[in-house]
Every structure is written in structure tokens, then in C-alpha cells.
Design a protein around this ligand. Structure first.
Ligand code: SF4
Ligand code: SF4
Length: 407
């Protein structure tokens, strides 16, 4: 391969908008406090062969430090090249890259980070089964980006890895269960929540996560979704909503907006879609948030909060499906949709979920909508049994006291 030449850089976005969408950390220091120790800038590395040339990193780098190369990798994509002088090591590209192919590596001689090994790989790698890569998701699909956020949330949530189980159903997002390096279950279509309910009730000290798509969880699995929320089962449900069935051929989903085309609605969908945030809240979810695949830092924070929430926590992630939803609707590629998210999202934390329905190609309201405390299904069951049986009832799933034998 000859010298890597630059190919193109898409038109620069309005800087303020991109930084707001990506929630770039505020670097101001408080007057009177001593400055943090001098940081050695990490080195940005591109794994040339993993890249699928989606352009997310190039478009959303706040310092315009990346360009797509004019050269091809072996898969025929144009990976990015880095201008080291411009890169500040913010790792926005690392978090948004759906292929885990661009990452910040600790520079030689950088001061050791408290209790941590020097970082040498992509941030998601320690929590993924890298022997199964490359993953099956299409170039420009947003699912890989959501997995990045999930792995960061997992590593920061404080729950030991052996106490977390992940369950998914069938579909493109359902493949997450096969890629995470956790106890995970790839189950049958629509039935992720019943499997997860069994896992959570049989292991009440575990955090059980359901990670699946909109079709799987709210069409075939719709009944399970509403009842798990009504019962306040101790589950975290992460739903990737790309407005269509992906893996099964682009059929209309319960989330396909009116007027949007699919393989089963070639003249445009006519059925009103679910407003999933409202559905989850009215059924009883104790935590409800919605972000897009572009809002990586907010999404990571939401995942961390949901993982630490007792009861039914629900995160809806709006993500591009370039191969079906975008192609059938002639809306461009994954990058076009990420730009759409940047230009058409409005953050309204605490918004009334009745007002957050997503119209076709309209404004997308994002934020944390619900965060409250309610007894879980187990709490209610134990209370009810104690009310009837008094001290004869030994509460099931209560945290063990010091020295108490494991039953
Ligand atoms: S985000 Fe990742 S896959 Fe997309 S162009 Fe950049 S390095 Fe390649
Ligand atoms: S079909 Fe759509 S949802 Fe499935 S991997 Fe491809 S882009 Fe992603």
C-alpha cells in the first residue's frame, strides 16, 4: 500500500451543536484550585482492517483531526487518518466508532492512572469476545456504538462482572448477547424478558440486562414488556429502536412512524407507532430515558444509572439502520442519520412522556423522563407473604447478613 492520501472531509458541522450533542467534557478549572497534573496526550490508533468507513469519527471529531484516507483496507473501505497535531485525545471517536477500530492508547511514559493498567486497546475490548469479531452489523449501523457505551457503563457501574447477566432475543440487536464477555443468553424471538425474569428471580443478587431491538421487545415480546414493567421486575431493558425490523427483512415494526416506508408498507406506514417512553412509564417503569447513538456520553451515564436502579429501568436508543430503514426511505447512510440526530434532537429532561412521540423525520425529544423509587415485584411478594404468614415467611431474595449461610 502506498502513502495514505486524504480522500474527503464532510462539511464541518456547526461546532457548538456537535459539542452539545456529544456532551464534550467541560475543561474549565475552578478559580483557586490547583491545576490537575499535566496530562500526557494519548496516542490515537486506527485499526485499519476493522474499519468499515462509516465516517462517524471524521464527522464528529470536535477538533477536525480526522479525514477518510484515499486508500482502501482489505474489505474495501476507506479508514481514517489522524492529524496528531490536532488530536487532543478526547476519545469521542473511540466511543462513537461502531467497529471498535479507532482508540486512544496511553502514550509511552504517561503517568500511571490510579489503580489502572496502561490503556493499550479499544475501551470496549475488555468486555467483548474479540475472537467473534468482526461483528455482523452493517457499515453505519448504530448498534456497535451503543455497545461501546454499554461497556463503559459496565466498567463504571461498580457491579462485579460475575453479578451481571445479559439476555437478548432475535434480531440485529439480539446479537449483542453473543459479543459481550458476560454470562449472556441469546434466546428466542420476543422472549428475552421472560428468560430474563426467570434469571433475575432465581438469582436475586444479580443485575439482569435485556438488550434487544424494537421489533423483538415491543411486537413479538410486547406483552412481556408491559407486564414486566407493571410488575416492576428488577430488570434493565436497553432497547435499540431503528424504526424497522432489520435482520428479518425490513418489515413494519410497532415503532415505524406514519408515512415511513418498509418492505411491508411500500406506500408508507399508516398505523400509529408506540411512543415507547410513554408506554414504559404508564406500565410502571421506575426509570425511563431516551438517547440517540450520537449522544454517547449521555447514553453511557443513563446506562450506568439504569444498571444501579432497583426495579424496571428502560432506555430507548434511537439508532440508524442504513441497510433497511434509511435505504427504503431514501434517507442516505448511517452518517446522514447521525447528522439528523445532531440537528433535530432536543434534550428535555423530565419531559411529560405523553409529549415525546417521534414523528417521521421530525424533532426527537431526548432525556431522562422518569426516575422514581417503587417496590419491586419481589418486595411486594415478600410483603404480601409476611402479611399473611407473619414470621413464618422467610423473605426470599433479601440481602444476606454477615456470616449467614448461603441457602
Ligand atoms: S468510526 Fe470507526 S468504522 Fe467508522 S470510519 Fe471511523 S474508524 Fe472507521
Ligand atoms: S440490517 Fe439494519 S439494524 Fe441490522 S445490522 Fe444492518 S444496519 Fe444494523
Amino acid at each position: 500500500m502506498g502513502a495514505r492520501t486524504r480522500r474527503r472531509r464532510p462539511p464541518a458541522p456547526p461546532r457548538g451543536d456537535t459539542e452539545a450533542a456529544m456532551d464534550t467534557p467541560n475543561k474549565e478549572t475552578t478559580p483557586g484550585t490547583s491545576p490537575a497534573p499535566r496530562r500526557v496526550k494519548p496516542k490515537l490508533v486506527v485499526d485499519w482492517e476493522r474499519c468499515k468507513g462509516c465516517g462517524f469519527c471524521v464527522e464528529f471529531c470536535p477538533k477536525e483531526a480526522l479525514d477518510l484516507s484515499g486508500d482502501f483496507n482489505r474489505k474495501g473501505y476507506h479508514p481514517p487518518v489522524v492529524d496528531d497535531a490536532k488530536c487532543v485525545g478526547c476519545n469521542i471517536c473511540e466511543l462513537i466508532c461502531p467497529e471498535f477500530s479507532i482508540f486512544c492508547k496511553d502514550a509511552e511514559g504517561a503517568p500511571a492512572r490510579k489503580g489502572k493498567e496502561p490503556k493499550k486497546t479499544h475501551l470496549a475490548e475488555p468486555l467483548l469476545r474479540m475472537d467473534r469479531m468482526p461483528h455482523i452489523w452493517c457499515p453505519g449501523c448504530g448498534i456497535g456504538t451503543t455497545v461501546n457505551c454499554f461497556t463503559v457503563a459496565l466498567s463504571q457501574c461498580g457491579i462485579p462482572r460475575e453479578k451481571i447477566g445479559l439476555v437478548s432475543g432475535i434480531g440485529c440487536t439480539g446479537r449483542v448477547a453473543g459479543y459481550v464477555n458476560l454470562d449472556s443468553f441469546h434466546t428466542t424471538h420476543g422472549r428475552a424478558i421472560p428468560f430474563a425474569t426467570g434469571l433475575a428471580l432465581g438469582n436475586p443478587d444479580m443485575k439482569v440486562v435485556v438488550y434487544s431491538g424494537d421489533g423483538d421487545l415491543t411486537a413479538i415480546g410486547g406483552n412481556h414488556f408491559i407486564h414486566a414493567a407493571r410488575r416492576n421486575m428488577n430488570l434493565t431493558v436497553i432497547l435499540v429502536n431503528n424504526f424497522i425490523y432489520g435482520m428479518t427483512g425490513g418489515q413494519t415494526a410497532p415503532t415505524t412512524p406514519i408515512d415511513a416506508k418498509s418492505s411491508t408498507s411500500p406506500y408508507g406506514a399508516s398505523e400509529p407507532p408506540f411512543n415507547l417512553a410513554h408506554l414504559a412509564e404508564t406500565c410502571g417503569a421506575t426509570y425511563v430515558a431516551r438517547w440517540t447513538a450520537l449522544h454517547t456520553r449521555q447514553l453511557t451515564r443513563a446506562m450506568q444509572e439504569a444498571l444501579n436502579k432497583k426495579g424496571f429501568s428502560f432506555i430507548e436508543i434511537i439508532a440508524p439502520c442504513p441497510t433497511l430503514f434509511l435505504r427504503l426511505n431514501k434517507l442516505g447512510d448511517g452518517l446522514s442519520m447521525m447528522r439528523f440526530f445532531r440537528d433535530n434532537s432536543e434534550i428535555q429532561n423530565g419531559a411529560d412522556t405523553r409529549s415525546v412521540a417521534i414523528p417521521y423525520q421530525g424533532k426527537i425529544v431526548l432525556g431522562k423522563f422518569v426516575d422514581k423509587e417503587e417496590p419491586t415485584w419481589l418486595d411486594r411478594m415478600n410483603n404480601q407473604m409476611s402479611k399473611s404468614l407473619g414470621t413464618r415467611h422467610v423473605p426470599y431474595g433479601a440481602p444476606k447478613k454477615e456470616g449467614e449461610a448461603k441457602s
